[in-house]
Write a protein that binds this ligand. Structure first.
Ligand code: FES
Ligand SMILES: [Fe+2]
Length: 398
């Protein structure tokens, strides 16, 4: 299996740049219903999100025994906890008595046990049911072992925490991550610390948001007043690596790499490196920190976006914290929201306007085509879901 990492993609892009290889001809059409069809949307959620390893956090978020966070963006109440033995565990955040939620709040909290507010059934950090009030009278013969919290498969790879939302599922993290694990190891992902994250709801189909991070075509245009001038127009490359996509976009310093041996390349400064991590995450490797966007589909035209960042060490003082706060804010409120997210929401409106029955992808949007190909491989080519839909162009494969 061809499974390139960032250095391979950087190297291939440099070779294209050096030899002046012309961009391969490419054109694809995408049925607009791919982004508006509620029946297809439900199929996507079932096929891509219900049984896949989903990135939910980083080990640095749960430093101490009893630290716990909740995660509700998959439509299921999930909690992830560091138990007394130091292991991370994921559970459905649901009492086994009559189903009430156990842990509330959005911030990381520290607990010694989980006490249900309704009738005070109490669970240990390992999920075991420990205490039932009036147990002898109310539930004589109750087998507490059978009423532990429902565990979910969890795996950690280079510090990143993945959970499978299906209690009966499993995670083969080595197979899932493949060679991109080496990239995360090279960037010392497991030694980074979580700094902060925001959660926003956008009125756009989740795939429009992923698309926006697979194309180098817009970078110098949409971002002309912000980050655009740091990049060379039209010099970008995206390659499939297992179920993921590794992308490199040339910064203005990119030609410096032509003069240097590979060990002297500074790929984080000479290019922007980004990775689409199947099914819903975009990891962005900045010169001095790493950020991520996780897209959680809630409706065909609505997506919850989690934007977070990891830094190399805890800020030493307020000045350092203010620096990272500023860096995060510039990208969040100066670039993503007013530029990328804005055009995605506009495109969603445009999609239902009747102006286009298909969208066009050109030679500088092959990364978008590769993302759609990957989805088609996972769940078949798009077929309109509604029986009264006109059979139109369903050709989004390339
Ligand atoms: S629902 Fe949780 S203790 Fe009754
Ligand atoms: Fe962008």
């Amino acid at each position: 299996m061809n499974a390139p990492g960032f250095r391979d993609v950087f190297s291939n892009l440099l070779e294209e740049f050096r030899s002046g290889i012309e961009v391969d001809p490419f054109e694809a059409r995408v049925d607009t219903r791919f982004y508006t069809d509620p029946q297809w949307f439900e199929k996507e959620r079932a096929a891509l999100f219900s049984d896949s390893p989903i990135l939910v956090g980083h080990i640095s978020m749960l430093k101490n025994s009893g630290d716990v966070f909740t995660h509700d963006h998959l439509g299921k109440p999930i909690m992830v906890v560091r138990a007394k033995d130091g292991e991370l565990r994921a559970f459905l955040n649901v009492c086994r008595h009559r189903g009430v939620r156990l842990v509330n709040g959005e911030e990381v909290q520290n607990k010694t046990s989980f006490v249900c507010p309704y009738h005070n059934w109490t669970y240990g950090l390992d999920g075991q049911l420990k205490h039932v009030p009036l147990e002898e009278e109310s539930f004589p013969g109750l087998d507490k072992q059978c009423h532990s919290l429902k565990a979910l498969p969890l795996a950690v790879c280079e510090g990143l925490i993945f959970v499978c939302p299906n209690p009966g599922g499993s995670i083969d993290i080595e197979a899932h991550m493949g060679m991109v694990k080496d990239d995360f190891a090279a960037f010392k992902m497991s030694e980074h610390v979580f700094f902060r994250q925001t959660v926003t709801t956008l009125k756009a189909n989740w795939k429009l948001l992923v698309d926006a991070f697979q194309d180098g075509y817009h970078v110098t245009r949409l971002h002309r007043n912000t980050v655009g001038p740091s990049f060379i127009d039209g010099i970008a490359r995206s390659e499939r690596s297992g179920d993921h996509l590794v992308s490199v976009v040339a910064r203005k310093d990119f030609p410096d790499a032509l003069e240097r041996e590979p060990e002297q390349w500074d790929i984080r400064r000479q290019s922007a490196c980004a990775m689409y991590l199947f099914p819903n995450v975009e990891m962005i490797i900045h010169p001095d920190y790493i950020s991520y966007l996780a897209f959680f589909p809630t409706q065909v035209d609505e997506t919850i976006v989690v934007h977070g960042c990891f830094i190399e060490e805890e800020p030493k003082d307020e000045k350092a914290a203010a620096h990272w706060e500023r860096a995060f804010d510039i990208i969040e409120n100066g670039v993503f929201h007013p530029e990328d997210f804005f055009v995605c929401e506009q495109a969603q409106i445009g999609m239902t306007s009747g102006a286009n029955d298909h969208l066009l992808l050109g030679a500088h949007e092959t990364g978008v085509g590769a993302f759609h190909d990957l989805l088609a491989q996972k769940m078949g080519a798009y077929q309109p879901g509604s029986p009264d839909s006109e059979p139109g162009s369903a050709d989004h494969s390339v």
